[in-house]
Design a protein around this ligand. Structure first.
Ligand code: AP5
Ligand code: MG
Length: 216
């Protein structure tokens, strides 16, 4: 199954992508995680995107598209894949359409997680993640067993650089201007499903699986 996950920053795309990837047994491809991995490894790409991400802006389309093209050339996508945080602009959506045609593949669904803006700020400011395994927690909604420590790795959890209040505001503005219009794009293609992003992660997952015609 080939899925795109849409939704504003903090909507729960990463959380849901991990759950869906495990249910559907397909890889989770997050462009945000890929950029953060480049930054952590200090690659040229990481240095290019560092300041853009810290400001809450979007990485240029050509850079992002090239990275996704490389990723989708890997053999593990044969059984399908979940794109989290890509496409994010009209140009990226058009590029992905062409790429899928070239691969002889077809998008199954674009799932958009719907959530009120007031909740997003709390979700982002309370988010903590493990620098080692990437597990994502929330200080109150999804806390680790021991405060500030990853359940799996025992590593101290960190806060994302772009989860500061002023950066969050810019990310939300970018989303409204450039990414929210993609809902219409996929709706016109007949591929959009809107899923409430509220409730527990498991409830959100259950709704998405129902929409996708899957039972657990
Ligand atoms: P990216 O990493 O994609 O960030 P984002 O879209 O801003 O989304 P987030 O990761 O902040 O939120 P999420 O929806 O994944 O929520 P999560 O599951 O973590 O992108 C970062 C940057 O990279 C961009 O700003 C841009 O610079 C660049 N970039 C990336 N892709 C790009 C592209 N295609 N083009 C150009 N630039 C690009 O959940 C949030 C919190 O809520 C967590 O604490 C979680 O535990 C909690 N939570 C989740 N679900 C629930 C629930 N049901 N109930 C309560 N709490 C919940
Ligand atoms: Mg994410």
């Amino acid at each position: 199954m080939i899925l795109i996950l849409l939704g504003p920053p903090g909507a729960g795309k990463g959380t849901q992508a991990k759950l869906l990837a495990s249910e559907l047994r397909v890889p989770h491809i997050s462009t945000g995680d890929m950029f953060r991995d480049h930054k952590a490894r200090g690659t040229e790409l990481g240095k290019t995107v560092d300041a853009i991400m810290a400001s809450g802006g979007l990485v240029p389309d050509d850079v992002t598209n090239a990275m996704v093209k490389d990723r989708l050339a890997r053999p593990d996508v044969g059984g399908g894949f979940i794109l989290d945080g890509y496409p994010r602009t009209a140009a990226q959506a058009a590029y992905l359409d062409q790429l899928l045609v070239a691969m002889g593949r077809k998008l199954d669904r674009a799932v958009s997680y719907e959530i009120a803006q007031e909740l997003l700020v709390d979700r982002m400011s309370g988010r903590r993640s493990c620098p080692k395994c990437g597990a994502v927690y929330h200080v109150t909604a999804n806390p680790p067993r021991q405060a500030g420590t990853c359940d799996r790795e025992g590593t101290p959890l960190v806060q994302r650089d772009d989860d500061k209040a002023e950066t969050v505001a810019r990310r939300l503005t970018e989303y409204e201007a450039k990414t929210a219009p993609l809902k219409r794009y996929y709706s016109e293609q007949g591929s959009l499903s809107e899923v409430p992003g509220t409730g527990t992660p498991d409830q959100v997952l259950a709704t998405a699986l129902r929409v996708l015609g899957r039972t657990r």
